[in-house]
Design a protein. Structure first.
Length: 164
C-alpha cells in the first residue's frame, strides 16, 4: 500500500495550462536571493514564466531587502503589474508551494537537499542551479548587484537558453 501512495504523490515538473511555467525560488530567509531571482525571471521570461519565492527559515512578513530592491532597479527591472517585487514579504516553504508550482528551485545545493528531505514526495519538482549563489545578506549594495548578476547568468542558462 505504501508504494502506491508514493507513486500517487510523485509529480513531474510540467508547464501549467496555457504554457506558463510556474517557478518558485527558495533560499534561506526569503528577503534577498529568492525574491531577486523571482523578479528577474518574471522580467526576463516575457510571460512564459510566473515566478514566486519562499524561504526555508523566513521571518514571515519581513519585506524584501532594500539593497535587493536597489540592485533590481539599478539593473533596470522596475516593479510592474505581475512583478511587484517591491511589495514582497517573506514566506516559508510549505506543501502549498509545491501544489502551486511546476518547478521549485533551491538557490544552493543545500537548499535543494533540505527541500528533498522535508518534501520527499516532491523530488520531481525540486531542482537547483549548477552552482550555489552566495548570500549577500547584510553585505552592502555591491554584493547584491554581484548576486543579481550571478542569478541572471544562472537563470538565463537554466530557463532561457534559447535567448543566448
Amino acid at each position: 500500500m505504501e508504494q502506491t501512495l508514493i507513486k500517487e504523490k510523485e509529480e513531474t515538473a510540467v508547464p501549467a495550462e496555457g504554457g506558463v511555467t510556474k517557478v518558485c525560488f527558495v533560499c534561506t530567509g526569503n528577503t534577498c536571493r529568492s525574491p531577486m531571482a523571482a523578479a528577474l525571471l518574471n522580467h526576463l521570461g516575457k510571460g512564459r514564466y510566473k515566478a514566486t519565492s519562499a524561504g526555508l527559515y523566513a521571518n514571515e512578513g519581513e519585506p524584501i531587502s532594500e539593497d535587493a530592491v536597489l540592485a533590481l532597479r539599478k539593473r533596470g527591472i522596475d516593479p510592474t503589474p505581475g512583478n511587484e517585487y517591491d511589495r514582497h514579504t517573506a514566506k516559508n516553504l510549505s506543501g502549498r508551494v509545491f501544489e502551486e508550482n511546476d518547478v521549485v528551485v533551491g538557490i544552493s545545493q543545500n537548499h535543494a537537499m533540505a527541500m528533498m528531505r522535508a518534501f520527499p514526495f516532491q523530488l520531481g519538482k525540486i531542482t537547483t542551479f549548477d552552482r550555489d549563489v552566495p548570500d549577500p545578506f547584510m553585505k552592502g549594495p555591491a554584493e547584491y548587484e554581484k548576486c543579481l548578476a550571478t542569478l541572471e547568468e544562472l537563470i538565463r542558462r537554466r530557463f532561457l537558453t534559447e535567448e543566448k
